[in-house]
Design a protein around this ligand. Structure first.
Ligand SMILES: [Zn+2]
Length: 423
């Protein structure tokens, strides 16, 4: 099942340890005050000239008179740490630069995965949901224990891969879901269709409905890889979140909105990554043999833009932020904001909220992350620039705090140009 899961994901192309790391200047390490000139609360609200008070891992107050100030972030845009609802954190290139997939378990691959989590955190993403590899478990747990710096990880572990009748009977599928829960999965990942451009559903409505129903009974969310008819089927099955979605009709999108199902179409980073790293992906399992064959992917980008533009116009549709980050994309997740705003017709504030409070809601974690408010985790980032005026400010993350610990503090010294190959 692991192998076919990789295949399906790959075919997307065609289709308090850290005692006080950087905060030792604070007189009381357990209480930190951040001054902000412009503060986005993560729900679409903007505050000016205020201060955030943090104790331990949590925000305890928003108080313009709090003192003394430990971090002066005036002149920057301060907002909650971002959440990426769809990554493959363990996916990397091997020592020869070739695509190693998300399931590699060599010592080198394990260190590379840890590096991905570190790069993703420094890119401003304090939480990610990684979907499709059992290799995520030890990384999730090491970061959670404080043994490694990195984004907070939720994971599906091994996915349920649609393979027609071989997927199993509804009872067998329910047993698989329960097994995943026992293994410690935070959610269930389901591949219900093939790649971007062709192929019917890879599981029946009954199979898909059994998977999402059993997950619900077990208190788990479901995230479904779906194109074309699989989008409607996943909506009928009452799954939690639908990924990709090329081929969805306006009626399908309206159905998602009516049922409150989260929708996560990607606007560009994934394909840009495959195109940029074509020599690294070419000839590896399930990818084209030659670099020249990757050119066909360029024609899919406008289809992604069209879908995002259409989705952005559907009233009430909850479009959540997920990049599908694979090898080459880790740390550059914020490029997807640029794609969504520049090419997908999404308003800048809506794009940002989709990676803050809306993403937290989609992960069932609104009471813990995704907003800047008393009682929530102190996940706070700052950008050099105003993303409402210029969305490329998301590339200039100059401050990162996760759970009250500062991992990056480089005011006004951020990267100002996109990585090569990303527009
Ligand atoms: Zn994926």
């Amino acid at each position: 099942m692991k192998c076919s899961a990789m295949f399906l994901c790959a075919v997307i192309f065609c289709g308090c340890i850290a005692a006080q790391p950087a905060t030792s200047s604070s007189p009381d390490p357990r209480r930190i005050v951040i001054a902000a000139g412009t503060l986005f609360d993560g729900k679409g609200g903007v505050l000016h000239n205020t201060r955030i008070v943090i104790k331990g891992t949590k925000i305890v107050a928003i108080d313009p008179h709090a003192a003394p100030v430990d971090y002066n972030l005036r002149g920057l845009t301060v907002l909650p740490g971002w959440i990426d609802a769809h990554v493959h954190i363990t996916w990397s290139f091997d020592k020869d630069g070739k695509n190693a997939g998300p399931a590699a378990a060599t010592p080198e691959a394990v260190y590379r995965a840890a590096g991905n989590a570190w790069a993703t955190l420094l890119g401003g993403f304090t939480t990610v949901q990684s979907v499709g590899s059992a290799q995520d478990f030890p990384l999730r747990d090491a970061i959670s224990r404080g043994g490694l710096p990195g984004s907070r990880i939720l994971t599906s572990g091994e996915p349920l891969s649609g393979r027609g009748e071989q997927t199993g009977t509804p009872e067998e599928i329910r047993a698989f879901v329960r097994k995943q829960k026992q293994a410690g999965s935070d959610l269930i990942k389901i591949y219900a269709s093939g790649g971007m451009r062709q192929g019917p559903m890879t599981m029946s409505q009954d199979q898909l409905s059994a998977a999402c129903d059993e997950a619900r009974k077990q208190g788990l969310r479901t995230l479904v890889h779906a194109y074309r008819d699989a989008v409607r089927a996943a909506a009928i099955a009452g799954c939690t979140q639908i990924e990709h979605g090329l081929g969805a009709s306006d009626d399908d999108l309206k159905l998602l909105a009516e049922k409150g199902i989260y929708f996560d179409p990607q606007a560009g980073l994934l394909l840009e990554t495959y195109l940029r790293y074509r020599q690294n992906y070419a000839g590896t399992p399930f990818f084209p043999k030659t670099e020249a064959e990757f050119t066909s992917m360029e024609s899919i980008l406008p289809m992604n833009h069209e879908l995002m533009q259409r989705a952005a116009k559907v009233p009430g549709l909850k479009i959540v932020f997920g990049t599908d980050a694979v090898a080459g994309a880790h740390g550059h997740n914020a490029e997807e904001f640029v794609d969504r705003v520049r090419d997908g017709g999404v308003q800048p504030m809506a794009a940002l909220v989709s990676a803050n409070s809306l993403a937290a809601e989609a992960l069932g974690k609104s009471s813990q992350i995704g907003s800047i408010a008393p009682g929530l985790e102190a996940d706070i980032i700052a950008l050099d620039g105003d993303p409402l005026q210029d969305i490329t400010a998301v590339r200039r993350v100059v401050f990162v705090m996760k759970g009250g610990v500062v991992y990056k503090n480089e005011p006004r010294k951020g990267i100002t140009s996109p990585p090569p190959g990303l527009r």
